[in-house]
Design a protein around this ligand. Sequence first.
Ligand code: ZN
Length: 202
Amino acid sequence: MGFGEIVRSKFRASTQRPLRRRRALAFGVAFATLVGGLTLGMPIAANAWACTTVPGSTLTYVNPFVGSANETQDFSCTRPHSGLDFAKPGYDHFNVVAIKAGTVVDRGTESSCHGKYLVVTHTDGVEDAEAHLDTLNYTVNQSVLQGDIEATTGNTGDCAMGYHMHISTARNWDTPASDPWNSTSTTLFDPYAFLTAHGASL
Ligand SMILES: [Zn+2]
């Protein structure tokens, strides 16, 4: 077992998140309380994935959801959260949309942490993986267009402490693998920095 999904105590609309918050969150807490009833997240353990610097791209990306959502946890290479988490208060399930046109390269279930997940690769070499999903609408080798509804959010996988979506961004996604997030060939990078630098408005 490794890293946990830690749900932050303060919900903040992603569209209103100031950049300085990223620095404030650089050293996270080990436990947090979710406002509204759910309680503790899982304790922090050493991260196991490889990280890389945020790559450049000539492509334009969009948010992985429609409308607004609350970011409940951010990414860090130095503490164990491999991506960004988003929740929509009042919604257990909401649509996950394709951040860019691409091809599905992996889908599966990782019960130890990420649950049902989907991975899409893009022409700039960036891959994105969405996790803790409920319904997966695409299979491997299918093409997606930007904005297509790829999946719905869920609460799957042992790291999920509630209904939300998780998005990781990567290069060299290791597939097939029993746990691509923990593969040394999969290199993850900060989805917030990448997406907001290339058109998204998280
Ligand atoms: Zn997450």
